[in-house]
Design a protein. Structure first.
Length: 249
């Protein structure tokens, strides 16, 4: 069966013609398959940000969907180019950990794509990943695209529990609202310590007063540091990897 859609996630932006070139390949080789632009605003070369983004959405789409992810600072090097079948969906992208969310499923099957000698060493998105995505969308079996491969798998760091019961974690990423997403799982009570501040946990933004620094459980199920109607990362000068502590009530 043809794929219900091909999705695209890249760090290319839309000011240049890179996304258009990939779409040209996709619409030529699989003209019947809808193309869905998820985002082209991943920070340049930010594999960690892209990995967390993929984790949010790859299972949300119907079985048969082909996800194409091109955040690829190692393009043209010895890193492999991958196609993955996992939980009925397909993912295509570089072997740099960006596809990790799909690789931990028990049924995940991975192949290393063949890279033709004519492929541009700086644009595998157009010359390697787009053709592979189009073939998968057309129903070509995964094993016809390459040989089995053991891929790079990146895991989200796990928080550490201290003797006093507190959980010591870190900031994973900062979203466009300035919210700092942590690796601490949902919790209803307690406080969060970050950047020398102790922050109360609320359920919704509406429970805070404008400008208040708060923590709450985001839609990913992880605790986030936020400012009601403000930008927490700028206010506290937060950066990825910075420590955060969950103190139980």
């Amino acid at each position: 069966m043809p794929a219900p859609a091909i999705t695209l996630l890249t760090d290319f932006g839309t000011a240049d013609g890179y996304v258009a070139e990939m779409k040209g390949v996709l619409t030529t080789q699989a003209p019947w398959v809808p193309l869905l632009d998820l985002s082209h605003e991943v920070p340049p070369q930010d594999v960690a940000f892209a990995r967390l983004t993929v984790a949010r959405y790859w299972r949300r789409f119907p079985v048969g969907t082909v996800h194409m992810i091109v955040v690829d600072p190692g393009v043209g090097t010895s890193r492999a180019a991958l196609a993955v079948e996992s939980e009925g969906r397909f993912l295509v992208g570089p072997d740099n950990g960006v596809l990790s969310p799909s690789l931990f499923a028990l049924d995940a099957h991975v192949v290393s794509l063949r890279v033709d000698a004519s492929a541009s060493p700086t644009f595998h998105g157009r010359d390697v990943f787009a053709p592979a995505a189009a073939q998968l969308a057309a129903g070509v079996p995964l094993d016809q695209l390459g040989a089995p491969h053991d891929p790079v798998r990146l895991r989200t760091p796990q928080p550490r529990r201290a003797a006093d019961g507190s959980l010591h974690g870190e900031l994973l990423t900062i979203d466009r609202f300035g919210n700092a997403i942590t690796n601490l799982a949902a919790r209803d009570t307690g406080t969060v310590e970050v950047a020398g501040q102790r922050v109360r946990i609320v359920r919704t933004y509406g429970e805070a007063i404008p400008g208040e620094l708060i923590a709450l459980v985001g839609s990913s199920g992880l605790l986030e540091i936020a400012v009601r109607d403000g930008h927490a990362a700028a206010r506290l000068r937060l950066v990825r990897g910075q420590g955060v502590v969950l103190v139980p009530a």
